[in-house]
Design a protein around this ligand. Sequence first.
Ligand code: DX5
Length: 243
Amino acid sequence: MSSTTVPRPIEPARPIEIVPSVLPADFARLGEECAALEAAGVDRIQWDVMDGVFVPNLTFGPDVIAACRPHAQVMFEAHLMVVDPDPMLGAYVDAGCEMLIVHAESVTHLHRSLNRVAELGAKPAVAINPSTPIDAVSHVLDLVDMVLVMTVNPGFGGQAYIATMEPKIAALRRLIDESGCAGASGAGIDIEVDGGISADTISGAAAAGANVLVSGSALYRCADGLAHGVADLRCRAEAATRA
Ligand code: DX5
């Protein structure tokens, strides 16, 4: 198999989920923006939490997320692009995040951090940056419901999709399937991708094995509106898993 050949996922495709990043949203109207995203048919909303240290950008904390919680019923997930997230995990759960995504690169004791997320009553997930190998998560699959494979170097929206992550996504799907691990909740383990996901790139990511797809810039750029953008991305991803 050549290095560019993407092996097919083993297990039947997991349900496709389309997840907006709120980075391109109007920060002066975030509550209304969450309501509009829910009305547009998104499956959950991702909050890109950035501390200006782990990534060269600074966004919002738990209080902003808590203020938006009443404006939508869909699941909130916090993508914690921060150094040392452990002390604030409870604050993001209290703010209304049902899933917390911890970067493997941001903690010394990833196994402990993911256990703590579960103890707090949230769904644990782990993220890996483009240069981080999937081996970094191979010993914590039993502690997570999702693995996020970054398809950009985190910190900003609107970056170019890194297509060389597709063999990594496929290898991770096979690692999960061959492990027989059902994840923290016992319902299996999703693979999420985040960064540069658009109508042009979503098919490659989905065909490689990603079933939860985060889009920010491309979704908000859709000339026909959010609902059309969500439906179009979903259709393309589902078609790619049937091809
Ligand atoms: C990390 C951020 C972005 C954002 C999506 O930088 O997590 O990836 O969510 O950015 P787009 O979809 O605009 O590339």
